[in-house]
Write a protein that binds this ligand. Structure first.
Ligand SMILES: Nc1ncnc2c1ncn2[C@@H]1O[C@H](COP(=O)(O)OP(=O)(O)O)[C@@H](O)[C@H]1O
Ligand SMILES: [Mg+2]
Length: 241
């Protein structure tokens, strides 16, 4: 029986046949504004709220206050309380860059991961995180070490990636083989706003729905609709963003 971690996001757990694989790392990819950070906020918040699972949110983009405001704007009223009582631990970029060199900050973080009883972790974003490494070997070595420590400590992880879904030739970067799952968030402009979609391209050990499903972002966060979309990546007048 595979250990499953429910995201708590309406419709997404159904597509994932129950949730994401526990103790694994899933990449959440998409262009800016696609909803990656919101998906991650929900994942961490629902973990505390519904499953008594503590979470760590590593944020290179928004600071602690921005995150709380985003959470509250979506109706996650107790985000601030959970940060205060330690159920949610936020490391924002000031915190992550506090030490003189990045790897000292990372060592502090790793101590925390190894000490405490956390179940869920978000790295938002992997793209920013990777920018702090000067050479490719150092980056690979660290990422391997990091994912290994996450696994050893039983963390189920989402990492965001600033990359749209591009077909048919998706670039296979390091992040794609470090991860067990791959979820793309896609947005296409329309006359009245934006259409949003979610596509679970890969989830190791799981029989998943690989169609593209429409989703929306509103009060309560992301909701995925169950009617598979007639979405085409190849359409000329609706190119993916
Ligand atoms: N409270 C809200 N209600 C409705 N839509 C929202 C709300 N907050 C954010 N959004 C939408 O979500 C988008 C940003 O999502 P976000 O997760 O920050 O994107 P990403 O992390 O992929 O760049 C915004 O562009 C906005 O359209
Ligand atoms: Mg974001």
């Amino acid at each position: 029986m595979i250990d499953t971690t429910r995201t708590g996001i309406d419709g997404l757990d159904e597509i994932l046949n129950g949730g994401i694989v526990g103790n694994s790392t899933t990449l959440v990819s998409g262009n800016p504004g696609a909803g990656k950070s919101i998906l991650c906020l929900q994942f961490i918040y629902n973990g505390v709220e519904d499953h008594d699972e503590k979470g760590i949110y590593l944020s290179f983009e928004e600071d602690t206050e921005d995150l709380q405001e985003a959470a509250e704007s979506l109706g996650f009223e107790r985000w601030g309380d959970y940060v205060e009582n330690g159920d949610i631990k936020v490391y924002d970029k000031q915190e992550l860059l506090r030490e003189n060199d990045f790897s000292s900050s990372l060592d502090l973080l790793l101590d925390d991961i190894e000490d405490a009883e956390y179940d869920r972790l978000v790295l938002d974003s992997l793209t920013m995180f990777e920018l702090f490494f000067e050479d490719e070997t150092e980056k690979r070595t660290y990422l391997l070490k990091f994912t290994d420590i996450l696994k050893k400590n039983g963390l189920t992880t989402l990492m965001t990636n600033e990359q749209g879904a591009v077909f048919p030739e998706t670039e296979i970067g390091l992040e794609n083989y470090l991860t067990d799952g791959n979820i793309y968030l896609i947005q296409t402009p329309t006359e009245s706003g934006v259409n949003r979609y979610v596509w679970v391209a890969k989830m190791r050990k799981k029989n998943i729905e690989t169609d593209i499903f429409p989703m929306e972002i509103s009060q309560g966060g992301i909701r995925v609709h169950q009617n598979a979309s007639a979405f085409s990546m190849m359409s000329e007048d609706e190119s993916p963003l």
